[in-house]
Design a protein. Structure first.
Length: 472
């Protein structure tokens, strides 16, 4: 194998066009099971039974084989109990995990960077068994009714379970998942009237939630501490109508001289639906000093910062100090090639979770019907401009005019693509870097200032109204 270029770019782009043995078959088995959930497992039709059998055949020869074969047979006869449904969810999750691993192996070959090994999670604390049982019962009722059979009475059954779970930190992960899942389902009721059902997404949420009802499945991630220099690469923004999350991807250089590795630092906060664009940063900045460092182009010095085995920093401003200037593109060219990619926790092994920092340069940009493609020496790589947030100065036009890019390599709809986090481009004959998180710590940009002012006004109005309600 020809190694990746030492500049850190994805130089073996030709590998992304090669077929991966067994990948299509694994995804077809998952899709067959997902179609069975659409109509429900109360009285399965022949087509649904075929999807259940296909899932069982896909895991034949694995430790799951016997249990899944029995579960598929019972489900095909409309007699699946909760344990059978858990087995089917486990098989589906295992298949998508194998797809994730195959895709990540191909990325390792293309980048020439090693991947860290995931550590076994620490045992979960004592959990309230009856709440897990209640959650499993509701999820089983969903599977039997199918997405076409959901109604408000069925979906509302999650509310008391979620309310009882939320006060328990050990159950909060599952409670949050159930709450969001139930909200999506409620917004789509009645299911029989839906023109398009998000079968893959809802099956993903159902499977994950069902497995988290198994005692011990939601073990706490193994954590250690990080002391050394943090070199930010870029910011990924996830915005929802009522919440926003940012993840800062970075290279961490340990003070003890051991190998650098890729890490993430994230923060999520609730938000009013009227706060959009650059106004998001007002909600996020108070919780993470790293955002200011990103916009200023600085490193940070960490002291005993908690970090999981999967590379997620459990951020604390008290354990982070302002560092020296650190250009993200210098980091991408020099430090990124030697960094170990983050490991992936077992339950997080899913193609949708793939987001690997990469550095690209020396490409030609092609634009066809609004779709951008980077043509690298080894072949083309699609560019996902839809993921570029409106909360920063990075735009599809800047990407189209770029000569170098820091991005996240992802996989979706059967193909790899890159999500730009920052690009080097030319503005008025001058080379400049444009970052998606360029406004994270504040901005003098006219558009950014205008958006921030609108957000300030919206938040002030909401606070005044809330105060008035509380006074009544």
């Amino acid at each position: 194998m020809v190694p990746a270029d030492q500049g850190g770019g994805v130089m073996r782009a030709d590998l992304f066009a090669e077929d991966i043995t067994g990948l299509d078959e694994a995804l077809a088995a998952v899709d067959g099971f997902d179609r069975a959930l659409v109509a429900g497992l109360l009285r399965p039709q022949p087509a649904q039974s075929a999807g259940l059998t296909g899932l069982a055949h896909a895991v034949a020869g694995t430790p799951l084989a016997v249990r899944v074969a029995e579960a598929a047979e019972k489900a095909a006869g409309g007699a699946a109990n909760e344990d059978h449904l858990v087995a089917l969810a486990a098989a589906r999750t295992a298949l998508l995990g194998s797809v994730h691993d195959a895709l990540m192996t191909r990325i390792e070959e293309a980048t020439g960077r090693p991947r860290g090994e995931a550590a076994a999670p620490e045992p979960a604390g004592q959990q309230v068994a009856n709440l897990l049982t209640a959650a499993r019962s509701w999820l089983s009722d969903l599977a039997r009714s199918g997405w076409q059979g959901i109604d408000h009475d069925l979906v509302s059954g999650a509310a008391p379970v979620v309310s009882a779970m939320l006060p328990d930190p050990g159950l909060r992960r599952l409670a949050t998942l159930l709450d969001g899942f139930a909200a999506e389902l409620a917004a789509s009721c009645p299911g029989v009237s839906m023109e398009r059902i998000p079968a893959r997404r809802w099956a993903d949420l159902w499977s994950r939630a069902l497995l988290l009802t198994v005692p011990g499945a939601a073990g706490a991630p193994t954590t250690g501490t990080a002391t050394g220099r943090l070199l930010p690469l870029g910011v990924d923004v996830h915005e929802h109508a009522t919440a926003v999350q940012v993840q800062v991807h970075a290279v961490f250089e340990p003070a003890d001289g051991t190998a650098p590795r890729l890490v993430r630092a994230g923060i999520a906060v609730p938000k009013p639906d009227t706060v959009v664009g650059a106004g998001l940063w007002q909600l996020l900045r108070p919780h993470m000093s790293l955002l200011t460092a990103v916009s200023e182009g600085r490193s940070m010095e960490l002291t005993d910062m908690p970090v999981t085995a999967e590379g997620d920093l459990i951020w604390s401003d008290e354990r982070a100090g302002r560092g020296e200037p650190a250009d993200a593109f210098a980091t991408a060219r020099v430090a990124l090639p030697a960094a170990t990619d983050a490991a992936t926790a077992p339950l997080d092994r899913h193609p949708a979770r793939i987001a690997v920092p990469v550095f690209l340069e020396g490409y030609a940009v092609q634009k066809d019907d609004g779709t951008l493609t980077f043509t690298l020496p080894g072949g083309p790589l699609a560019v996902d401009t839809d993921r570029i947030p409106t909360a920063g100065p990075l735009t599809p036009e800047a990407v189209a005019a770029s000569g170098a890019c820091i991005g996240l390599l992802r996989w979706d709809a059967g193909a790899y693509h890159v999500q730009p986090l920052a690009v080097e481009t030319t503005v008025r004959k001058k080379a400049v870097a444009v970052h998606a998180g360029g406004w994270a710590g504040g901005t003098t940009d006219k558009a950014g200032v205008k958006a921030e002012k609108a957000a300030t006004d919206a938040v002030a109005v909401l606070r005044e109204r809330a105060g008035r309600l509380l006074r009544k």
